[in-house]
Ligand binder design. Structure first.
Ligand SMILES: [Zn+2]
Length: 369
């Protein structure tokens, strides 16, 4: 194993590397892209300890970055940490660089025999390397992170929600790869989407390879490269305990065994079956004014359409008969995420329900991921 400190935009990124460079499968795991979502960091720190103990049993290549956002880690404002957005207003998990078309442009300059998957990997790495020296600090960091994951067979971007049960976002194509992880972690809610937002980290890899594979075509001697990626939400911002870090770390190690990146035995998984739904079927209950939210349903609660999810109190409404408003479920489903602060503003997503029915009352944005 090796631990590297990489300088990105003037900050040090700590990267743990295990196994043999170039070995398959290559698995990349990063945590805390939203810099305050540190249950991810604790789980991945635990995973690095477990992998160090079995270093000679690692047969693939594994790259682990327990905290991948040193820029966001430093953002304390008046004593409060701000981890989701950079100070110039950018969501750290949006607008990652899309390199597929640029790789194809470069491939077209080569002879037919040279246009291979290996050459596409090399060109992509070169383009991403160049991007780490261009643009704003956030753009350089984003290029560096895509570069670290570039060429991985399996990519896990580990986050936390505000208040939440475990849940996982992935594409329909990638879901079979992550199903054993969901089983092992006993994840109650899985949300499938091929295109969810403006180029989040987990989607730019499949986006790039869809374009590159489309150019290279399918050949028997050169199967298409299709990385599997997911966003794993390790509960809520404040769910940081030694016990969860230890059990999550073991579950991630077992997933690496399942993938064939590590030899050895794994703990048996529970029989729990998650609710697998689509992003279209996530209902978002919103606030209607500045005020106070009082949640009425605990995380994990099964609700039916018409159930009251939360009460909103408007302290600036003088008429007491008008100062309370209900947030009501528009669909049946499971409460899997809630806003963590109790002072809220108009339009804020205060409760999320995963519905099995595909009913949606809101836009597509992944507001709490
Ligand atoms: Zn996040």
């Amino acid at each position: 194993m090796a631990v590297e400190q990489i300088n990105v935009a003037g900050e040090a990124l700590v990267v743990h590397r295990f196994g043999i460079p170039g070995a398959r499968p290559k698995v990349y795991l990063q945590g805390a892209l939203h810099a305050d979502e540190v249950s991810a960091t604790m789980a991945l720190a635990q995973l690095t300890d477990l992998l160090q103990a079995v270093d000679d049993e690692i047969t693939g290549e594994i790259v682990v970055v327990p905290h991948c956002n040193p820029l966001g880690a430093k953002q304390f404002i008046l004593g409060r940490h701000l981890g989701r957005f950079s100070l110039d207003g950018r969501n750290f998990n949006r607008a990652f660089p899309q390199v597929g078309a640029r790789v194809v442009d470069r491939l077209k300059q080569l002879g037919p025999e040279q246009q291979t998957k290996g050459e596409a990997l090399r060109i992509g790495a070169e383009i991403l390397g160049d991007l780490t020296r261009l643009g704003s600090p956030v753009e350089r960091l984003q290029a560096a992170l895509v570069g670290l994951a570039w060429g991985s067979d399996v990519i896990l971007d580990v986050h936390a929600d505000m208040e939440a049960t475990l849940h996982l976002y992935t594409s329909g194509k990638s879901w079979p790869v992550f199903q054993p992880l969901a089983q092992r972690l006993e994840i109650p809610v899985v949300i499938l989407a091929d295109q969810s937002a403006d180029s989040p980290f987990d989607e730019v890899h499949s986006d790039a390879w869809a374009i590159i594979n489309g150019h290279l075509g399918e050949r028997p001697d050169q199967p298409a490269f299709r990385p599997a990626a997911c966003t794993l939400e390790l509960r809520g911002l404040y769910d940081v305990t030694s016990e969860w870090a230890a059990s999550d770390g073991r579950a991630l190690r077992d997933f690496l065994v399942q993938l064939g990146a590590v030899t050895g035995t794994r703990e048996s998984a529970a029989d729990a079956v998650p609710l697998v739904t689509t992003l279209d079927a996530v209902e978002v209950g919103r606030s209607t004014m500045i005020g106070v939210v009082v949640h009425l349903k605990p995380l994990g609660a099964n609700v039916v359409a018409g159930d009251r999810l939360a009460r909103l109190h408007d302290p600036f409404e003088p008429d007491p008969t008008k100062s309370w408003h209900d947030v009501v479920a528009g669909t049946d489903g499971v409460v899997f995420a809630r806003w963590h602060q109790r002072m809220i503003q108009a339009g804020m997503a205060v409760v999320k329900i995963a519905s099995p029915d595909g009913v949606r009352s809101d836009g597509r944005a992944r507001l709490l991921d």
